[in-house]
Design a protein around this ligand. Structure first.
Ligand code: F6P
Length: 758
């Protein structure tokens, strides 16, 4: 316990408390030892005295006969008898007294201080009246003695008394020896205890200082590890998936294409997503093509290039109408033209109600735990219904069979799966929800939660990024819907319809095709520093986001501020570049965020700028992918600080960009990506101290460690790329179709009856 207390005190760095505790403990032990010694000495003395009294009585009684015979008769023989008694070396002297106090005989060594009269008087005053013997242990200048007086003769009529004096100097010597041994033992024990305590305390202190030193200087990176449980889950997943896929090799566009042909007879894929992959914009230089800043687009565009087919989306570019054919289609990618985008037009009211209103002021904050209150308006929901139907109709016009494969994307289209199913009962509808799905309690606050869940249950397969989101969805079904849940198969059954709910963690293409247009790392480093007017050895961090409150941009900048406050070595050297694409600016909350981010950046810059040095560079505009990848390559670190994010593909893009196997990813624990990229420095973005420690650790990380971490993350992203994501969903869909064909519901083998649809 003592050790524990001291260790805790030392571990907490309270050495003064530990020292005070140790001295108090030793003083207490010393007092206890002294008290113990005196108690022991008193008790043993008592035992000695009664032993001596007994021995004296025995000595007198053994010579009783002779003493009684010579008492009052022969002084010489009496003296001899007394001398016999004193042969015991510890009996110093003996005297025979008359009852009147007269000395009858005594040995030479009998001390004169004990006259017969004085001892008998003392006995009569101290001993009980009928006592036949009595003793005392007087302390004389010459030392301690034991005097005992024993009556001789008849007990009722004693005739005299014999006084025996024992020399107790041997006992004093023994006591001294015992005391010395005890003192020595106490010192040895105290010394031993102190040594053990000090060693333990020192070890604890060492552990604490080591941890501190690692956090401050050396290698603090072990402080930012993911949960072991997450690593274990990932390792198990990797092992089982690698085993399953060993035969097929890495997923690539070719493999995805051949999967489509092999399993789905080359069926065309129709994607429904609000955001289009290419936007045509009117500019001063004519019409230009923009690639929207969207994780969804980043992931799905390469899939469409590999599969061909149609992408049905909202035509939101200012020149979109000018670039479509009479069927509202445009072939993309420009120059490559491997698939088509079918644009759906929305009027302002529809866009306001469906996109800005229900989707982004209602569902977006509902699904993200980012402390923004969802706003639900009945008019918005009505637009959401109308627009979902409009897009569902467009999808049904684009399909070329009555059992097509339709991929419905995201929270903009929660109702569309059911609407498509009503029109195309035999369709295989794979819906992927790109944001988190909250728990049942939270989803319960949506006034149209039943319609939303029911709409999604029109899907054959419903995908989320993580198992947790799948569980939340199934719990929501359980809480609000009439249905049967097959937890073993992760499926929801309503009548004859079954929706499989499965996690498919989304990813990016590998290799990223944009990289062929981006300068290599060394060149990108020089270029970016030059563009920004920074020294060649400036240290750079980068953040790339839509300006959205879920991304934790304010917290990110505050972490940079903390870094500079707590680690002065980075002042004047480290700059964080935030590329922020304006997003949803019609929504007041987004406009406010825009202003707040600017104010925070200005405040930090005012605090730490010096000469041409600025700690924050805020670039609030759209950046094309080639520019974004240049920044990834130029930076020492990338910080993704989302407060809540389904996956976050910026993290994976940074990893893909770093073919030099350098650079450190600092990643929020609240992203889906944190479950896959366990070699990133995982942080809680709300914890500014921890986040700034992670930034410092990233900037100080030895090259070998950067390489080790980056290599491992690159291996993972290259294997678990977006072709695999799409491929696995398509393989699962094919399996579902096969089963349904076997059960006679699909294709030539069976006749579908209307009642089977929801
Ligand atoms: O997080 C899901 C997601 O679809 C992202 O992929 C995308 O960045 C965002 O939501 C939608 O953004 P926008 O409203 O600009 O289309």
């Amino acid at each position: 316990m003592t050790l524990g207390y001291l260790s805790v005190a030392c571990y907490k760095g309270d050495l003064r408390r530990a020292a005070r505790f140790l001295s108090l403990l030793l003083t207490g032990l010393a007092l206890l030892a002294v008290a113990g010694y005196f108690l022991l000495a008193r008790t043993t003395r008592g035992w000695f005295d009664s032993d001596l009294a007994l021995r004296s009585r025995l000595a007198v009684s053994s010579a009783r006969g002779s003493l009684e015979n010579n008492l009052g008769a022969d002084r010489a023989r009496l003296t001899e008898t007394l001398a016999d008694i004193t042969r015991d070396e510890r009996i110093m002297g003996a005297a025979a007294c008359s009852l009147g106090g007269e000395l009858l005989a005594a040995t030479d060594s009998y001390p004169a201080e004990f006259s017969c009269r004085s001892v008998l008087e003392r006995m009569r005053s101290e001993a009980p009246e009928d006592a036949l013997s009595w003793s005392m242990t007087p302390e004389l200048p010459s030392g301690r003695l034991h005097l005992s007086v024993t009556f001789i003769g008849d007990a009722a009529r004693p005739r005299g008394a014999v006084a025996l004096v024992h020399d107790l100097s041997y006992m004093t010597r023994r006591e001294e020896t015992t005391r010395n041994i005890l003192i020595l033992a106490f010192f040895v024990l105290s010394l031993g205890a102190s040594l053990v305590t000090l060693i333990a305390a020192r070890l604890a202190w060492k552990g604490w200082t080591l941890a501190l030193r690692r956090a401050l200087t050396g290698n603090p990176t072990t402080e930012f590890q993911p949960l072991i449980r997450d690593v274990r889950t990932l390792a198990e997943r990797l092992a089982s998936e690698r085993e399953r896929e060993a035969r097929g090799g890495l997923w690539s566009p070719e493999r995805l294409r051949s999967t489509l042909t092999q399993y789905l007879q080359g069926e065309r894929v129709v994607i429904l997503a609000n955001r289009e992959p290419y936007m045509h914009e009117k500019t001063a230089d004519g019409i230009t093509v923009l690639h929207p800043a969207s994780g969804l687009v980043t992931a799905l565009e390469p899939v469409m290039r590999a599969c061909s087919g149609v992408w049905v989306a909202h035509g939101s570019g200012s020149a979109d109408r000018d670039t479509v054919d009479k069927h509202d289609r445009v072939l993309v990618p420009p120059g490559e033209e491997s698939y088509s985008v079918r644009r759906v037009w929305l009027n302002e009211d529809e866009e306001n109600g469906y996109y800005y209103g229900f989707a982004n002021e209602g569902l977006w904050p509902l699904c993200h735990v980012a402390h923004a209150r969802p706003i639900f308006r009945a008019e918005d929901y009505e637009h959401y219904v109308t627009v979902n139907r409009k897009f569902a109709d467009a999808v049904c016009k684009e399909v070329d069979s009555d059992d097509p494969i339709v991929l419905v994307q995201d929270y903009h289209f929660g109702l569309a799966p059911k609407m498509i199913r009503e029109r195309l009962p035999r369709a295989t509808i794979i819906t992927f929800w790109h944001t988190p799905w909250p728990n049942a309690e939270r989803i319960g606050i949506c006034p149209w939660r039943d319609e939303l869940i029911s709409g999604l249950l029109g899907s054959s397969i419903l995908g989320f990024h993580t198992q947790q989101h799948c569980n939340n969805f199934i719990d929501s079904v359980d809480a609000f819907m009439e249905s049967r849940i097959d937890r073993e198969a992760n499926a929801v059954i309503q009548g004859p319809r079954r929706t499989v709910v499965h996690p498919y963690p989304i990813s990016i293409e590998w290799p990223v095709h944009w990289l062929s247009q981006v300068p290599p790392v060394a060149e990108a480093r020089v270029l970016v520093r030059k563009e920004l007017g920074f020294a060649d050895d400036a240290l750079l961090g980068v953040g790339i986001d839509r300006l959205d409150y879920t991304k934790g941009i304010e917290e990110r900048l505050a972490a940079v501020d903390q870094l500079l406050a707590r680690y002065p070595e980075f002042r004047g050297k480290f700059t964080f570049i935030q590329l922020a694409a304006p997003s949803r600016t019609k929504i007041p909350r987004y406009r406010e965020l825009n202003e707040r981010v600017e104010a925070v950046a200005a405040e930090i810059n005012a605090k730490w700028s010096s000469g041409s040095y600025r700690p924050i560079v805020l670039l609030r505009s759209h950046h094309e992918p080639t520019a974004v990848f240049r920044y990834y390559r130029a930076a020492e670190l990338c910080y993704v600080s989302s407060l809540h994010d389904g996956m976050n593909l910026v993290a994976k893009e940074f990893v893909a960009a770093r073919d030099d196997e350098r650079g450190v990813l600092v990643l929020s624990q609240f992203t889906g990506a944190a479950r896959d990229l366990t070699e990133a420095l995982i942080v809680n973005p709300y914890d500014l101290r921890q986040a700034s420690d992670a930034l410092a650790a990233a900037l100080r990380m030895p090259v070998e460690e950067q390489t080790e971490r980056m290599r491992s993350m690159r291996r993972l992203v290259s294997e678990f790329n977006v072709y695999r994501w799409a491929g696995r969903m398509l393989v699962d869909a094919a399996e579902l179709r096969r089963k349904e064909r076997v059960t006679g519901r699909l294709g030539a083998a069976g006749v579908f009856t209307r009642t089977e649809a929801v």
